[in-house]
Design a protein around this ligand. Structure first.
Ligand code: KIV
Ligand code: ZN
Length: 380
């Protein structure tokens, strides 16, 4: 049996913090229902104290979904926690996500506090949240840059206070994957009650390492991943759900699984991109426009002989109808012949050679040659 990795989707909270991507309550509810169908375990629906609209969204998402846990964010402040508890009152499985900065940079500059005072505040917050709900997640903000011995003490303290999940965010996307492995491994071995809670990975992508760090954390013992659709989020974004889900599927020999229905990944990506008015970069892993497009002659030739030569995922597995062969000036005869055959033109040498020359001239001018261009070329 492989280990289950819990998928905590924060598209509606951390993802929605992206400038210009704010969602209405109705849009949040629509996305939450699709996230439920996708198979996520936890939906972070918002930060209720931040605005009346966000409060309302948490209430409505709580009513709209039944399977996933619905989570609301709060700072380690009584008023925030009460607001989160109130917004979650219709949730079948409510979770309060409360926390505070854990690195000395945050403790000094954000809170003008001390390590000992932070531990006290964290314990009080978790105990208060536990009076409202049974499931309380604690976040140690900027854990990636926190002193490790202090982080272990903080983690032990909040678990003893009743935290069911301890989130160790790399808030600034700073940590290297090997170091992430070592840090989580240290906590697994130096927090006496670590087996009474789940450790969670919440990584930002400032240096492009969010996904690698999340996988490193899993391998060291974390069993929850905090992710967003298309990797959207503050600055360079959060860990992308589709990447983590597919890494664990493609590398199943690692011994982990999620309950994500991978065939819904591409439609989900489109829905979030359209609703948030945020385009997905063409070369984005798994869901980008070019993720299953082959354009160079050598790759196209290999792919047409056997798809495994240049594809490690069948596109249908992630909901992309089929791979594509893009005809450009880097394409070879094999790809051109194949596309022409699909359009009903069966060419043998030397007509194929001649057509290929004319195709290259055209491709140099217009960059990408589509089916209409090919038909025109053949008619000419
Ligand atoms: O990045 C972060 O540290 C966060 C916390 C509020 C969980 O988003
Ligand atoms: Zn975050």
């Amino acid at each position: 049996m492989s280990d289950k990795i819990y998928v905590f989707d924060t598209t509606l909270r951390d993802g929605e913090q992206v400038p210009g991507c704010q969602l209405t309550t109705d849009e949040k509810v629509m996305i939450a229902k699709e996230l439920e169908k996708l198979g996520v375990d936890i939906i972070e629906a918002g930060f209720p104290v931040s605005s009346p609209g966000d409060f309302r969204s948490v209430v409505e998402v709580s009513k709209a979904v039944t399977e996933p846990t619905v989570c609301a964010l709060s700072r380690a402040v009584k008023g925030d926690i009460d607001s989160a508890g109130e917004a979650l009152k219709f949730a079948k499985r409510p979770r309060i996500h409360t926390g505070i900065g854990a690195s000395d940079i945050h403790i000094k500059h954000k809170f003008n506090s001390s390590r000992e005072a932070i531990i006290e505040q964290a314990i009080d917050a978790v105990k208060h949240a536990r009076n409202l709900v049974d499931d309380v997640e604690f976040y140690a903000e900027d854990a990636g840059r926190a002193d490790l011995e202090f982080l272990a003490r903080l983690t032990e303290s909040v678990i003893k206070a009743g935290a069911t999940v301890v989130n160790l965010p790399d808030t600034t996307g700073y940590v290297l994957p090997n170091d992430m492995y070592d840090r989580i491994n240290y906590l697994m071995n130096n927090v006496p009650n670590v087996d009474k809670a789940i450790l969670s990975m919440h990584n930002h992508n400032d240096l492009g390492m969010a996904t690698a760090n999340t996988i490193a954390g899993i391998r060291a013992g974390a069993r929850q991943v905090e992710v967003t659709i298309n990797g959207i989020g503050e600055r360079a974004g959060n860990t992308s759900l589709e990447e983590v889900a597919m890494i664990l599927k493609v590398h199943k020999s690692l011994g982990y699984h999620t309950d994500i229905d991978s065939t819904k990944l591409f439609p989900m990506s489109n829905l979030v991109s359209q609703t948030m008015r945020m385009q997905v970069q063409a070369n984005k892993a798994i869901v980008g426009r070019n993720a299953f497009a082959h354009s160079s002659g050598i790759h196209q030739d290999g792919f047409l002989k056997h798809t495994d030569t240049y594809e490690i995922i069948n596109p249908q597995e992630v909901g992309v109808p089929k791979s594509s062969i893009v005809l450009t000036a880097r394409s070879g005869r094999h790809a051109l012949k194949h596309r022409l055959e699909m359009l009903g033109y069966k060419l043998e040498k030397p007509l194929l050679d001649d057509t290929y020359k004319r195709f290259l001239d055209l491709a140099d001018q217009i960059k990408e040659v589509n089916d209409k261009d090919l038909v025109k070329l053949m008619r000419a």
